[in-house]
Design a protein around this ligand. Sequence first.
Ligand code: COA
Length: 333
Amino acid sequence: MVRTSVVAGLGAWLPAGVVTNDDLGRELDTTDDWIRSRTGIGRRHIAEPGVATSDMAVEAGGRALKSAGVARADAVVLATTTPDRLCPATAPLVAARLSLGPVPAFDVSAVCTGFLYALATARGLIAAGTADRVLVIGADTYSSILDPGDRSARAIFGDGAGAVLLRPGEPDEPGALGPVLLASDGSGEELISVRSGGSREPFRRETAADADPYFRMNGKAVFRGAVERMSQSSRQVAEESGWTADSIDRLVAHQANLRILHAVADRLGLPRERCPVHLDRVGNTAAASLPLALADAVAARRLLPGHRTVLTAFGGGLTWGATALTWPDVQPA
Ligand code: COA
């Protein structure tokens, strides 16, 4: 009998520093009107220099434990594309700083789909009996990999961290993770990438002048892929849950761009109000996007216990996915 995973805690953390569109406009050739009309984003939180992904992950992870009313977890799965260092993984440090003892802790790298991949991995640990309570964290410090002169990327991305605690439970209880769909298409590798600093193009002091250490994205192609894949995968997990697409109460989608969220809702025949919007205040926070959007929607009472909820994301890799659950009575801490 495979053990079911249930969402038991939720935590969110944003750095204090806020950068508005007008702030960006004073530094780059852009305007509040351009950014708002193309993306729906009004501001984003940016980590102070010296604040790393683990710092934010510890904050969000600790809050998810508190929300679940527990002091410990048996494993930590951290989704991030901006680890503290290339080596080692960031999750062991997070586990140590949360005083979790010698628990398994590792990073999952699936860019903006990372949180869904981490959730599915944690579910697997619980199903196999490797762990009972798993802390699943999405944390990213995109400000550390953005080109200061790239007005398109700087308009979109923000920093932050979010987390959920999973515990074993019954398939029919609120919070039980239903079907999970994960997918990838590596032929789209170039659409979202950081070229230099990996094994393909190692960082070398001698060739540093030719290196490109920054995040690059083909925004238009990504836009189309995100709409297509998030709507397809949402429809599929809804159907596998026995729901028609238009009976989804809340579609919590990766907060990439307001026009993407609207296009996905329209394709599924859902009123747009059923897609909670958080990106207006935080931008695209990559792996942190889904848990932060969940925490925001719950705190605003836009996501309520009993809501038929679909989570979906799309990101670099390319990767995408979705899962479905009935939202439980869980409040963010
Ligand atoms: N302010 C003003 N102009 C800007 C700008 C900004 N912040 N960012 C880009 N532009 C300019 C471009 O330089 C370009 O100018 P040009 O025609 O003179 O070269 C023009 O706007 C159009 O650029 P383009 O990239 O084609 O714009 P777009 O309408 O596709 O919007 C994005 C750009 C990034 C907002 C949009 O493509 C997008 O949101 N894509 C999805 C990105 C995403 O969600 N990624 C994460 C998914 S995981």
